[in-house]
Design a protein around this ligand. Sequence first.
Ligand code: ADP
Ligand code: MG
Length: 633
Amino acid sequence: KGSNIVTTETASRPETHAFEADVSKLLHMMVHSVYSDRDVFLRELISNAADACEKLRYEAIATPSLLGDDPQPRISLTLDADQGRLTIEDNGIGMTAADMGETLGTIARSGTKAFMDRLAADAGKADSQLIGQFGVGFYSAFMVAREVEVFSRRAGADDAACWRSDGLGTYTIAPVDLDDAPQRGTRVVLHLLDDAKSYAERSTVERIVKAQSGHVPVPITLFEKADSEGALVADGAALWLKPRSEISEADYADFYRSVAGQYDSPAHTIHYRAEGRFEYSVLTFIPQTKPFDLFDPDRKGHIKLYVRRVFITDEAPVLPRYLRFVRGLVDSTDLPLNMSREMIQDSPVLAAIQKGVTGRVLNELQKLADSDSEAYLRIWENFGPVLKEGLYEDFERRDTLLGLARFKTTTSGDDWRSLKDYVADLRENQTAIYYATGSDLDRLSTSPQLEGFRARGIEVLLLPDQVDNFWTSIGVDFDGKPFKSVTQGGADLTLIPLSDGAPSSPQAEAGALDSFIAFAKESLAGSVSDVRVSERLTSSAVCLVASESGMDRQLEKLLANAGQLPQASLPVLEVNPGHLLIQKLATTDDANAMKADLAHLLLDQARIADGEQPSDVRAFAERLDRLMRRAVD
Ligand code: ADP
Ligand code: MG
């Protein structure tokens, strides 16, 4: 094993390799201490050691001989203050020389690039939160060490190797005598920097381990000299199997940090044991801050799956994707241990667990919303856009999710409104739930399409997230009321009375606008599908809306930008019959040379109000130029 890297001829000489460019960049940032909190390196190395033990436990299900005469997983920390050395050793799965070349010289994870860009942008700021989420954990050792040595022997292998680097661009890999490596597993030796010597002192290390790693599922023993009697600093008990009454808030927070790779505290903890047809324990957390990969395209979840305390996988779909921000684990009693990860995905037990845990999480959110709305809103602010994905993905739980949803509206100011609130405040004769989508809340709330709604005191939901374009397009309703876009179809507002004091626009006499509308339709043919009198405008002259049968304009723009729409449909131009300019145009002679210019300028004005470019920028500039000349003539 590992012979593809270390050949017999070179067995006595270490092979030198260059780090991947990204690793070098990362190491440079680490060493120049982007992080104020260097303590985190220990958490990263301990978590790797614990992962290695869990991987072995899993492989040993199929191949029990891997455990040999050393079946109990353990991690040891050995301090040597005289030499300024800290050693972290585990009896886990171990690495071959080839494994080391693959994993300790590269950054495999996707998202790492984004992580580094963010680090570069935030340089100097303490962003220790980010390490560990992107598979850069191991390299954090170079924050405190001038040299790092990794001695490792893969379980079942009869050779061992050593990886060594000063973190300055290259590393070496060489075979070592079996006596110089652990019997099985990995020993990481840190030769500490002068200003990091305290990491070889008992008080420092003990404090850090207790604070950061007290709940890793493998016992940790601290040795002061390589041969002295060790002291247990973490017992490796499975916190999730203890009764809630025995667990403090701080225990939960520690565990959350180690299971989730987060550095904040949980916003909400869900811990219970399901009994009945299937038995399983659940310990999950809702983070206080947005995890970094929340909007990665793969939308991966992070619930770990255990079977009777044995870690199986963190890839099992325990929760739907729209709950991917939930961290933690599920430990099942019913899944067979010897089932492959792939088979587990399709198991009916997992399906039952998924159903149970999903229902529970949503139920807990609902309870929180009812009992502590402030705490709930903090969660909604972080994860609302993700939860809303469920509105179009999870038909079965759509009503529950609609109940959990909170919105900013035209009348709510900074407050969040539920749909129940909205429906309770419907205006007389109002039969739909109105909404406007768009990424810019400020522009949304001042868009011309909203004028008629405002004049009638009709509340309009402001939907700023991309996902809003999708769930609103699939015929969702709440409490029997359909959702209706303010930029689509006729507004039908005439039945709803104006608010007191609202500018009641003088309506033009029936038919007075007919000839202008016919004229505009002809001039703008090819740019609009129709021109018609508006019910939704009170002060602006014009606005654009989608036709009744068409797709909402925001959704259409989104799809067009993503290249998923060969041809956008033409919008409808609505004109305000109460607007002075429109009234004047209605009586302007078609022969007037300016009339066509003005029709085009009105269309471009409507486009600009929607945050778009004029359709023909050059023609727009020429028309505006002619108009301005007239103004100063
Ligand atoms: P991550 O733990 O997120 O994968 P790290 O940078 O912490 O990223 O570690 C990189 C990889 O190096 C690990 O995925 C693992 O394959 C390997 N590794 C690190 N430490 C150990 C260890 N103690 N035992 C076995 N493999 C290890
Ligand atoms: Mg790690």
